[in-house]
Design a protein around this ligand. Structure first.
Ligand SMILES: Nc1nc2c(c(=O)[nH]1)N[C@H]1C(S)=C(S)[C@@H](COP(=O)(O)OP(=O)(O)OC[C@H]3O[C@@H](n4cnc5c(=O)[nH]c(N)nc54)[C@H](O)[C@@H]3O)O[C@H]1N2
Ligand SMILES: Nc1nc2c(c(=O)[nH]1)N[C@H]1C(S)=C(S)[C@@H](COP(=O)(O)OP(=O)(O)OC[C@H]3O[C@@H](n4cnc5c(=O)[nH]c(N)nc54)[C@H](O)[C@@H]3O)O[C@H]1N2
Ligand code: SF4
Ligand SMILES: [Mo]
Length: 755
């Protein structure tokens, strides 16, 4: 695999440990983790050693993986560890101190500890009341019996959830007569699943991480793996040793990708590693134009794989014709790049015999997210970069649970195994399950909130997540959440959305983590690896229960006479059923202990040259780049992650960029034209009418684009603007920036007052 001698040409610099550089301090994080988990150090250690990581979807067994020999561990996992080991919160505060709790930030609520007991709050009551599981489930069941199935919806986070939980949750939703069940993939990689299914047939990565090492070229598009899948930088370190070139297509020159200090590789930990070989700066939403321009040049130079295109694809002629008609001026305008840059990228692709294209939220979270992904697939197909080692397309997943959620059916339009919801497939599942399965697609996650807002939802059942912090326009979301008569929040700790006043009733149900759940569980990683994570002996919290058991007990209470149809005796029985009804998950029932895994589809998909589309071909897509006529004085805002795990904020400062959470990343050119200096306060005005105060951080972003951290900046994002096919929100906004000039006298007075 990797060469073991030192490679000074790849060092980030000559300063040992990057002293003085803006960078994460991994060793400090390790000490912090030991401190945070001091109550249960052995349990924490067992989770790290035996559990499948509950952070991102790279996937581990303990601190090992299937790509490299060394340790696989990162600060995300260390930060999340506390969720698994913390003790019960002082739940009495939910009864008698709710106004004070409502003032706390989500991070402070989290610090209180785990939710230990079921709690109920009725309209007009000043606090929650502890109830028994029986009472809590009866309240929910009687409401479900009273309502129409289409007025009931289930949302599942992907943080920590296992395939077993998703499978039972979606089965229960359908048992209760609704397809209104969705998971966090909707607001994440849903465009990747849709586009990949349409073009190549499988909504997942076509290769394995081991293919990254030794491929000629890896391109990251709208993905910042240094912050979001940190251990992949270790794969990149080995890839660089093996001669791989790395390119980034992004509006921002991501500092973590420029160079990184891989903590568990001594050479890199000390001297850092230069990761990027090439950076292509584009505008927000400029990917289709940039990739179209690149493909146009590849065609003009005859740098495409005719043999592969001929034998394995359709739609090529039309793409070539469409691209020939797109002029360079338009492609330059729409991409925010230049034709020379597109030529340079095309040359880099041409020089590579093998290549892997990796993308994430910069690609998917647009109204044209599906089209964006198709533009990437076009490039891969044009080179024949599918179906063989070291070549492929990789929608790198976010949450640990997210790849499996849709595959086992926790989506409103697909049944387990990806069969479309329709009369025929629903009838097939009726045969399997023994109860009627609704035949029309249900509500997607974002549509659930719209339905609630419009008064069309009586019951919203959330397993984790926090709509208030992950969707556009929090005030709108708050008003929507105030409307359903019943909200159920099944969670491991208290979050801000639970504390929104009930229209009638709010029920809190304490869930166990994946490490506590009876019979263990499985997750599916980005590389399609279904990994077993065992139950880990250790302290348990109050009356928290396995999530799949909660769902099935509830269903049994709604229809006691049909209890048998929906009850699994243990997690193994769930896996056995998944193995039977999801063809790609065959073999899941053999996974029984830590380290057990299967990779569906094998290391590389489409090896036989057959795509999983109905005609067996890879489908090119003729794409017209969206062009935004940005009015003078306006900017395109994109949202980004800092030291956080989605709605869980871990630090006020992002070590990767050296910025605070209220920062607005802006280019030097724009800062100059607005006469702004580092740290200046500005008022950001969105075209949705909202405003937010930010602190200027001048950095290498594309001019006329800016970036801010979410969830704080979600006020600026317009609601109800989604990719039509995939339902992912367009998490971008058109904004204006108004400098907030604090008059000298006031500023002096304010400083004095603070002192
Ligand atoms: N530490 C940490 N790790 C995480 C998470 C976390 O919150 N914190 N979340 C997890 C989850 S659920 C997910 S989905 C992943 C997300 O992982 P990423 O998608 O890597 O996360 P973001 O920070 O949203 O990064 C978006 C990137 O897209 C770029 N970008 C923005 N707009 C565009 C555009 O129009 N085109 C292109 N080409 N690029 C653009 C931004 O500059 C940025 O580099 O991370 C997972 N891992
Ligand atoms: N502006 C903007 N918004 C975004 C994004 C963005 O890039 N920009 N990214 C989007 C993306 S990619 C994603 S994936 C979503 C994330 O959307 P969600 O999955 O809805 O949100 P998370 O913050 O990841 O959810 C974590 C919450 O789930 C609960 N939880 C944690 N573990 C468990 C568990 O084991 N069981 C249960 N039942 N609950 C648990 C906790 O309350 C925790 O606060 O956010 C989206 N929102
Ligand atoms: S990179 Fe992802 S899978 Fe690996 S330890 Fe970190 S959070 Fe877990
Ligand atoms: Mo995500």
């Amino acid at each position: 695999m990797a060469k073991r001698f030192l490679s000074p040409t790849l060092w980030a610099g000559w300063k040992p440990f990057g002293i003085g550089e803006t960078k994460p301090h991994h060793f400090l994080e390790i000490f912090k983790t030991i401190w945070q988990n001091k109550r249960h150090p052995l349990y924490a250690w067992r989770i790290l050693n035996q559990g499948c990581c509950d952070g991102c979807a790279l996937g581990t067994t303990g601190m090992r993986d299937w790509t490299m020999d060394g340790i696989h561990l990162c600060t995300i996992r260390l930060n999340l560890l506390q969720l698994n080991t913390m003790s019960a919160m002082p739940w009495q505060r939910l009864e008698n101190d709710l106004p004070a709790l409502s003032q706390l930030s989500s991070a402070q609520l989290r610090q209180l500890g785990r939710l230990p007991y079921p709690m109920v709050r009725r309209r007009g009551e000043s606090g929650f009341r502890r109830v028994s599981w029986n009472d809590a489930l009866d309240i929910i069941a009687s409401r479900i019996r009273e309502t129409q199935p289409e007025r009931l919806a289930f949302y599942l986070t992907s943080r920590g959830l296992t395939n077993e939980v998703y499978y039972v949750a979606q089965k229960v939703a359908r048992f209760l007569g609704t397809n209104n069940v969705d998971n966090a993939a909707r607001v994440c990689h849903s465009p990747s699943s849709v586009a990949l299914k349409q073009t190549v047939g499988v909504g997942a990565s076509s290769v394995s991480y081991q293919d990254w090492i030794g491929t000629d070229l890896i391109v990251f598009l709208g993905s910042d793996v240094a912050n979001n899948q940190p251990v992949s930088t270790k794969y990149l370190y080995y890839a660089k040793q093996a001669g791989t070139k790395i390119a980034l297509v992004n509006p921002y020159r991501e500092p973590g990708l420029m160079r990184y200090w891989v903590p568990s590789v001594p050479e890199s930990a000390v001297m850092g590693t230069k990761l990027l070989d090439a950076f292509y700066q584009i505008t927000v939403g400029g990917d289709i134009a940039f990739l179209n321009g690149t493909l146009k040049h590849l065609i003009e130079q005859d740098w495409v794989n005719h043999e592969f295109i001929e034998a394995h694809t359709t739609g090529w002629e039309e793409v070539a014709k469409t691209l020939a008609a797109q002029d360079w001026e338009m492609l330059e305008r729409a991409s925010g790049s230049t034709r020379d840059e597109m030529f340079r990228f095309a040359e880099m692709i041409h020089a590579a015999r093998t290549g892997i294209l990796v993308w994430s939220m910069g690609i998917t979270q647009h109204a044209f997210g599906v089209q964006n992904v198709k533009a990437i697939v076009n490039i891969a197909l044009s080179q024949g970069w599918l179906g063989k080692e070291h070549c492929g397309v990789v929608p790198i997943r976010g949450h640990s649970g997210v790849q499996g959620g849709a595959e086992v059916g926790a989506v409103p339009d697909l049944l387990p195994g990806g069969a479309a919801v329709n009369a025929e497939n629903s009838a097939r599942f009726k045969e399997i399950w023994g109860f009627d399965v609704p035949t029309t697609p249900g509500l997607r996650a974002v549509e659930m909130i719209d339905a609630a807002y419009d008064g069309n939802l009586d019951i919203l059942y959330c397993s984790g997540g926090n709509f208030l912090e992950v969707l556009p326009d929090p005030q709108y979301v708050r008003e929507a959440l105030e409307k359903p008569a019943l909200r159920v929040h099944q969670d491991i700790y208290v979050t801000s959305q639970m504390l929104i006043d009930p229209a009638d009733t709010v029920v809190l149900l304490p869930a166990q983590t994946r490490y506590e759940q009876r019979g263990g569980g499985t997750e599916t990683s980005t590389e399609r690896r279904i990994i077993f994570s065992p139950t880990i002996p250790g302290p348990r919290v109050g009356e928290a229960r396995s999530e799949w058991e909660i769902f099935q007990d509830l269903a049994a209470r709604v229809s006691p006479e049909k209890k048998k149809q929906i009850t699994f005796s243990n997690a193994q029985a769930i896996r056995e059923e998944i193995g039977r009804v999801v063809p790609t998950y065959k073999g899941i029932a053999e996974l029984r202990k830590a380290g057990d895994q299967i990779q569906y589809g094998g290391r590389v998909l489409y090896r036989d040259g057959q795509f999983k589309t109905p005609d067996g071909k890879g489908h090119f897509s003729a794409l017209v780049p969206p062009e935004r006529n940005l009015p003078p004085g306006k900017f395109l805002l994109a949202t980004r992650r800092g030291k956080q795990f989605n709605s869980l904020i871990y630090a006020k400062k992002d070590a990767m960029t050296g910025t605070g959470r209220d920062s607005l990343l802006i280019s030097p050119e724009d800062a100059t034209s607005l006469s702004l200096s580092e740290g200046d306060r500005v008022l950001v005005k969105s075209d949705n009418g909202a405003t937010m105060q930010c602190s200027v951080h001048i950095d290498q972003v594309q001019p006329r684009t800016v970036q801010a951290f979410w969830p704080e900046c979600n006020v600026l994002i317009r609601r109800r603007t989604c990719d039509v096919q995939a339902g992912v929100p367009d998490y971008n906004a058109i904004i204006e920036i108004e400098p907030l000039r604090v008059p000298q006298a006031i500023s002096v007075a304010a400083t004095a007052a603070m002192e």
